[in-house]
Design a protein around this ligand. Structure first.
Ligand code: HMG
Length: 389
């Protein structure tokens, strides 16, 4: 089987806050945020961006016109859906002009939705090798102002095109998964912010990692030394580090995995949690920055979605990596962002679609994205393609 990720694109908003500023505003020691949590900056998502526009902007970076014709499945993993019935995938399909001859739908299981999409895409392409699948993973992570979770917010989208004979990552179909009904993090219908039992959630995450990693090793007769790097779902970068430390020793291979992890967290430290997209932004960071990785190297991926679902699976690097092109997906976007003051962020945080309905038109003059949420009219979301309007 030679199926996997052919292209990866990324998008986040035009705004961020600095974690030192947030620490000062909340009366905390900045080192708690920078070192204890491991975050430097946090994306702030304005009302003119939601998961549809974030994902459409991310996919727009990677899809050629031929890709749009060849895609016969659009899978959208998110826990920040824009409608209780209609999938975000249908909106993106139409905004991007992807063929209508496609299955288009949304998947939800907290931060795990993108991984569910990838596994489904793998099965689909194994059956229909000429097809291409667009997997979108986009979210806006919100816990509330002045809460312990605030430092772990963020938002953005990762778009992945899966196909036969991929250029980036070959999925080998080897995987171990585990699910349990757990209340570590959830978001009732009436809330925009997640409810979280923070310390419990970090314990469950570690347990699920250890369980799935051990199951994987037993199932496929592998050990840690079979992996050139491990990448993690990164709600905050210290979380991945904590998980990695449970399986490495103080030897040369342990040191190598630690230094690869340092590279894999670079982008996440500047964006924050993007829930479904976090693992895949970390993968992008690793592939763009780890100059010693080469074709054929095996990578382990740990996906975790609260509630809870964990999966550890493996893949190998397909071709020689074009690191500049990968970095170009992320770094110019991060570099052009505007830093907000904490009061500016707090104002933006409280702005959005009215929860009790009604028409609204947003000021979109400051948004540089191609795709923008202009507002809501007659209970219909109004999306704009600025190249056409
Ligand atoms: P907290 O209780 O405010 O922080 O919230 P803390 O007191 O535990 O401190 C954090 C770390 O900073 C500790 O390090 C402190 O020692 C250190 P640790 O012991 O953990 O290694 N520290 C300092 N370090 C240096 N200098 C200092 C200093 N002071 C303290 N001066 C918590 C932390 C993560 C619980 C909170 O932010 C939270 O609830 N976040 C949201 C939940 C979350 O992200 N959970 C992760 C696992 S669940 C998951 O990944 C799924 C998720 O993505 C959702 C989904 O699936 O959809 C969240």
């Amino acid at each position: 089987m030679n199926v996997g990720i052919d292209k990866i694109g990324f998008f986040t908003s035009d705004y961020y806050i600095d974690m030192v500023d947030l620490a000062h505003a909340r009366g905390d020691d900045p080192n708690k945020y920078l070192k204890g949590i491991g975050q430097q900056q946090q994306a702030v998502i304005p009302p003119t961006q939601d998961v549809v526009t974030l994902a459409a902007n991310a996919a727009d970076q990677i899809l050629s016109e031929d890709d749009k014709d060849a895609v016969d499945m659009v899978i959208f993993g998110t826990e920040t859906g824009v409608d209780n019935s209609k999938s975000a995938a249908i909106y993106v399909q139409s905004l991007l002009g992807i063929s209508n001859n496609a299955r288009s739908f949304e998947i939800k299981q907290a931060c795990y939705g993108g991984t569910a999409g990838i596994q489904m895409a793998l099965d689909h392409i194994a059956l229909y090798p000429d097809s291409k699948v667009l997997v979108l993973a986009a979210d806006v992570a919100r816990y509330g102002l002045k809460t312990p979770g605030e430092v772990t917010q963020g938002g953005g989208a990762v778009a992945m095109l899966l196909s036969a004979n991929p250029h980036l990552l070959r999925l080998d179909g080897q995987s171990a998964f585990h699910s349990e009904n757990i209340m570590d993090f959830w978001r009732p219908f009436y809330k925009r912010e997640a409810i979280v039992d923070g310390h419990y959630s970090t314990d469950v995450y570690i347990n699920f990692f250890k369980t799935t990693f051990e199951d994987y090793c037993e199932k496929y007769q592998r050990t840690l030394t079979d992996f050139s790097a491990l990448v993690f779902h990164i709600p905050f970068t210290k979380m991945g580090l904590k998980a990695l430390r449970t399986v490495i020793s103080d030897d040369a291979h342990g040191q190598k995995l630690l230094s690869e992890f340092e590279l894999s967290k670079q982008y996440n430290a500047q964006v924050g949690n993007l829930y479904t997209g976090s693992l895949y932004l970390s993968l992008l960071s690793l592939l763009a920055k780890a100059t010693d990785l080469k074709a054929g190297d095996r990578i382990g991926l740990f996906s975790y979605g609260s509630g809870a679902q964990g999966e550890f699976y493996s893949a190998t690097i397909a071709d020689e990596l074009d690191r500049d092109a990968l970095a170009n997906q992320v770094e110019p976007r991060l570099a052009q962002r505007t830093k907000l003051t904490i009061p500016e962020y707090e104002t933006l945080y409280s702005t959005g679609l009215p929860t009790d309905g009604g028409n609204v038109t947003f000021d979109k003059s400051h948004d540089t994205g191609r795709f923008i949420l202009a507002g809501r009219q007659d209970d219909k979301l109004v999306y704009e393609d600025t190249k056409k309007s």
